[in-house]
Structures are given as structure tokens and as C-alpha cells.
Design a protein around this ligand. Structure first.
Ligand code: FAD
Length: 372
């Protein structure tokens, strides 16, 4: 392959990579979007997307009417023992319950329509940097080259060292375990609903119970000892069912649920997201909200900012200097959204169940990244 076959290679076609590819291709850049998975691909996901994503996705050109079909207006907060509850109120949809596989595929389609070349089932097993740009290698020995790289490979930290970016140690990391099931029609809710069990460890760990007309998904977001995750998921499945919050008891499935480490909010602790000829976006850069472990919207948002920076860098004599703008730009736009509420949840918990304005503020913090 000749040098600089593409302007930009985007590695990873999740929400982050597909967004970066769309924005850059629409600017007329030659973009190659690569992913090792076959699409549509299944990823573990609670499937809730903040309401903030709707205008973002419309602007990106996605047919939101087709993809965001399950808005949810009703949210319930529960205490960890399900004895107390409160319902935050806001004057708009909290968000959407999405079919994650279909959502990610719709974003990849959008990137292709914008002109990006997409190759699925293309694992990258080596990455080389030289003075003129980057080269990625497939296991069969073939390669592709570009001037710049967007690293959007998700929560694994692969390639960060190669491009010279250090991932923060991940003190903020969250452990996730999840179960899901198809709901029989007779048990289906009339409208999608999200319940959040707060304070599972007495502090910031929580469980999320998402319900649509055909699907129940229960996720534990855990900050405590690793060996307690599955125990907590079993407890959550059972208690949510007994409290009438989950129409089925999924505790039998919980026993064998995989435990996944999410890079919650480590973006805030990283010195830089700028590598040699490369920017890091999405989960790969720790762009995950600390309060709610929400990662889809932050992944797309970080990627959009990165794509704008790269578009400018490609026209500049000082490419690497231009790329450095990303560090400032994402912080100015996103840092508040990613940060956890400036309050110790432990002290806040009783108020959320006794004081409506506090429940409303917790709702805005959790689903819209606002400060409490
Ligand atoms: C259990 C769980 C539940 C979650 N629930 C929610 C939720 O309800 N709402 C929410 O907003 N967030 C949720 N998240 C977080 C969210 O899923 C992520 O933040 C989001 O997927 C990040 O998008 P991304 O594009 O950065 O990475 P990903 O979606 O992980 O995409 C990365 C892509 O890179 C590809 N890739 C990796 N390495 C290579 C390679 N070497 N070669 C080629 N391709 C490669 C992968 O195949 C993958 O398709 C959840 C996370 C977990 C673990």
C-alpha cells in the first residue's frame, strides 16, 4: 500500500469511531473506518441514552425518528433495600432505551453514507508510526496507511502505549455485571421505564433496571470489592422482582454474568489524549460519566470534537501542535458532564427520598450530567 492512502484511519467502529468517521468524511476527508467485529455486533449495554443525544444525533444526520423509538419520561430512584422510592420530574424526555446493536449499525451506515470506507471483521494486530503518518497491519500481513489516526477501540488500553498516551491508573473504574431477558407480552410495561437502585454499597454503587415492551435489562455498576459484584447483581435481580420493579426474577442468570471493568471518567485524570499523529476518543480515552457510567453520548461527543480538531490539523503546517488543541477543547466542553456530582452521595441519599427538588436534581445529574 502506498503512503498516506487515507487522510485518517479510525480504529474501532463503536459510537465514538463511527461519529469521528462521519464528521471527517462529511468534511471531504478520505476516511477508513476499521473494526474487528462483524456488524451488527452485540455489546454489553444497559441501552439507555441521555436525552441530550437527540439534538446531537439529528445534527450528525441520523434519522432519530427511526432509531430513537423508545423515549422514557418516567424514572424511579429506589433505596438499596427497595423500601423507599422517589420519582424525579423534568419537563422533557430523560432519554431513550435503544437497541444497541441496531444503534451502532445505524451510526456506521451514516459514516459510510458520508463517504467513509468501512471494513468490518478487520482486526488490527500492529500499529506503526513514522514521520509521515500511521500504518495499521492486519493479521494477514496487509496494511493501510494514513496521515492521522483516531483511536476508538473501546475500553481496552491497547495501542495507547504505541502512540505515547498514558491511561490514568483507573481509580475511578467501575465494575459492571449485567443480565437481560425478553419479557413476555403479558408482563410488558405500557411505556419504557428506567429504575435506579441507589447506594448499593452505601455510597456511589448503583443498579439500573431498564424496561421496554420486550426487554428487561439489569446492570450493576459497582465501586466496591470485585468479589461482591455478582452477589450484588443476584441481590438486585431478586429484590427488584420482589418489589415489583422487574417483571421477572433474573437472579438465576446473574450467577454466570461476566464482570466487566469500565474506564469510568478516567479521561479527567489523563494528562493528554493526544498521541503521535493520533487522538484518543470514547472508552479508549476514559470518556465515561462518573455519576452514571454513561458512555455512549460521551464517546460520540469526544469523537466529534476530535474530528473537528483533526480536520483543522490536516490543513496546518504544524499538525502535531494543532492536535494538542483537543486536550483543551474536550475539557472545556465535557469535563463538567463527566465529573461526578460535587457531593458525597452517602449524605445525599436520604434527601433524594424525602425532598422532591433533591430527587429532581439527582435526576438531572444522573441522566444529563448536571451538577447537583
Ligand atoms: C455492562 C455495561 C453496560 C453499559 N450500559 C450503558 C448504557 O446503558 N448507556 C450508556 O450510555 N453507556 C453504557 N455503557 C458504556 C458504553 O457501552 C461505552 O461507553 C461505549 O460503548 C463506548 O463507545 P466506544 O465507541 O468508545 O467503544 P466500543 O463501543 O467498545 O467500540 C469499540 C470498537 O473497537 C473495536 N476494536 C477494538 N480493538 C480493535 C482492533 N484491534 N482492531 C479492530 N477493531 C477493534 C471493537 O470491536 C468495537 O466495535 C455500558 C458499559 C458496560 C460495560
Amino acid at each position: 500500500m502506498s503512503e498516506r492512502e487515507f487522510d485518517v484511519i479510525v480504529l474501532g467502529a463503536g459510537p465514538a469511531g463511527a461519529t469521528a468517521a462521519t464528521v471527517l468524511a462529511r468534511q471531504g476527508r478520505r476516511v477508513l473506518l476499521l473494526d474487528r467485529a462483524k456488524f451488527p455486533r452485540k455489546v454489553p449495554c444497559g441501552g439507555w441514552l441521555t436525552g441530550l443525544a437527540e439534538p446531537f444525533l439529528s445534527e450528525l444526520g441520523l434519522n432519530t425518528k427511526k432509531v430513537l423509538t423508545n423515549p422514557f419520561r418516567d424514572v424511579t430512584f429506589h433505596s438499596a433495600d427497595f423500601e423507599k422510592q422517589s420519582a424525579p420530574k423534568i419537563d422533557r424526555d430523560f432519554g431513550f432505551m435503544i437497541d444497541r446493536a441496531a444503534f451502532d449499525s445505524a451510526l456506521v451506515d451514516l459514516a459510510q453514507k458520508a463517504g467513509a470506507q468501512f471494513k468490518s471483521e478487520h482486526e488490527i494486530h500492529d500499529l506503526k508510526l513514522n514521520e509521515s503518518g500511521v500504518q495499521v497491519f492486519h493479521p494477514d500481513g496487509s496494511s493501510h496507511s494514513a496521515r492521522l489516526l483516531v483511536l476508538a477501540t473501546g475500553r481496552s488500553a491497547a495501542w495507547l502505549d504505541t502512540i505515547g498516551v498514558a491511561r490514568a491508573r483507573g481509580d475511578a473504574a467501575i465494575l459492571n455485571a449485567q443480565v437481560e431477558a425478553t419479557i413476555p407480552k403479558k408482563n410488558a410495561p405500557k411505556t419504557p421505564h428506567v429504575s435506579v437502585a441507589l447506594g448499593l454499597d452505601g455510597g456511589a454503587s448503583f443498579g439500573l433496571i431498564g424496561l421496554t415492551k420486550d426487554r428487561l435489562v439489569i446492570t450493576v455498576n459497582w465501586r466496591g470489592e470485585a468479589d461482591a459484584v455478582i452477589r450484588t447483581l443476584i441481590y438486585l435481580c431478586r429484590s427488584a422482582h420482589e418489589a415489583g420493579v422487574a417483571p421477572m426474577d433474573l437472579s438465576n442468570f446473574a450467577v454466570s454474568a461476566p464482570v466487566i471493568k469500565s474506564p469510568a471518567a478516567v479521561a479527567l485524570d489523563m494528562d493528554t489524549h493526544v498521541g503521535k499523529h493520533a487522538l484518543v476518543v470514547g472508552d479508549a480515552g476514559g470518556f465515561v460519566s462518573a455519576a452514571s457510567n454513561e458512555g455512549i453520548y460521551p464517546a460520540m461527543w469526544s469523537a466529534k470534537i476530535a474530528a473537528e480538531v483533526i480536520h483543522n490539523a490536516l490543513d496546518s503546517k504544524y499538525v502535531q501542535d494543532e492536535l494538542m488543541q483537543f486536550n483543551t477543547m474536550w475539557r472545556m466542553a465535557m469535563a463538567d458532564h463527566l465529573r461526578s456530582p460535587h457531593t458525597d452521595v452517602r449524605f445525599l441519599l436520604p434527601l433524594i427520598f424525602s425532598n422532591q427538588p433533591m430527587a429532581d436534581r439527582m435526576g438531572a445529574a444522573f441522566f444529563f450530567g448536571e451538577n447537583i
